[in-house]
Design a protein around this ligand. Structure first.
Ligand code: ATP
Ligand code: MG
Length: 264
């Protein structure tokens, strides 16, 4: 940590947001953490690695772009300059996704470098950014593997629900396999409990269960259920401009502080 500057320094870190369970808050975390970092003056690149393109359409009009991250990963002559889009937020750029990304696995069959495509494409430009945030789809297939090979850090959102921990064994096994060979540097930065309702006993029990598995990796900040968080993507805004005093804005700002502290 660069204490002399009084402000933690991040440079070139790449944070994948992953959990193969659907609807646990990966995209909501990716877009609002990216926005929180950008708002703090960090230069941020959000790479949308989900064919559903939810992160992309949360910030830009999908008509704006024909090329997507699929083209970057399959056409090695394409440069990122052709693909990067600025968002209306200062300091926040995005690599858009499109549904054609779903063809990636088929397209890369037999390619020896298939798991390394994203890493190889991001490495030359990630030094231009303080943080690259990678949103991933709800699978543990080649797309998510590309994200985990490219990333320096991983954030796992876990929904506060009765089945919260279902599937985490598979995720942890995948992380261990990635760390064993292609990416020993991958570090689980933390687990964020999402869609949390602090008032119910069930939610508190679930938090305790998650804590038993992940211990201090669980971020202190939990993300509450909030209609505002659900609404903001429809207006192509992060929670910080859409509802700056909402619980979601406060919680994602707190999460951002924890992320900076842990990653520095
Ligand atoms: P997928 O696996 O399909 O990519 P995901 O893990 O990215 O899903 P999100 O898209 O972030 O999950 O969230 C799923 C749904 O829940 C979305 O409609 C989103 O707006 C909503 N949601 C996410 N977090 C919250 C929250 N804290 N409060 C209320 N709604 C939320
Ligand atoms: Mg998503």
């Amino acid at each position: 940590m660069d204490l002399a500057q009084g402000e933690a320094v991040l440079r070139g870190i790449k944070i994948a947001i992953a959990n193969q369970k659907g609807g646990v808050g990966k995209t909501t975390t990716a877009i609002n953490l990216s926005a929180a970092l950008a708002q703090k003056g960090k230069k941020v690149l959000l790479a949308d690695l989900d064919p559903q393109a939810n992160s992309t359409i949360s910030f830009i009009d999908n008509q704006e772009t024909n090329l997507s991250i699929y083209d970057l990963l399959t056409d090695l002559n394409l440069t990122l300059d052709n693909l990067l889009k600025k968002t209306k937020m200062e300091n926040l750029d995005i690599i858009p996704s499109r549904i054609n990304l779903a063809k990636l696995e088929r397209e890369l069959i037999g390619e020896l470098d298939a798991p390394f495509r994203l890493k190889d494409r991001l490495d030359p430009i990630s030094k231009n950014y303080d943080v690259v945030v990678i949103d991933t789809p709800p699978t543990l297939g080649l797309i998510t593997v590309n994200a985990l090979v490219a990333a320096t850090h991983l954030i796992i959102p876990i929904q506060s629900s009765y089945f919260a921990l279902e599937g985490t064994d598979d995720l942890l096994e995948t992380i261990e396999r990635i760390k064993a060979r292609p990416n020993p540097e991958l570090e689980v930065l933390g687990v964020v409990v999402t869609l949390h309702d602090r008032r119910t006993t069930l939610s508190r029990d679930i938090y305790d269960q998650i804590y038993q598995v992940f211990g201090d990796k669980v971020f202190d900040t939990t993300i509450s259920k909030s209609v505002r968080l659900e609404e903001s993507p429809a207006y192509k805004e992060s929670i910080f401009t859409f509802a700056p005093s909402s619980s979601g804005a406060i919680e994602y700002a707190n999460l951002c502080e924890e992320v900076i502290r842990r990653a520095s």
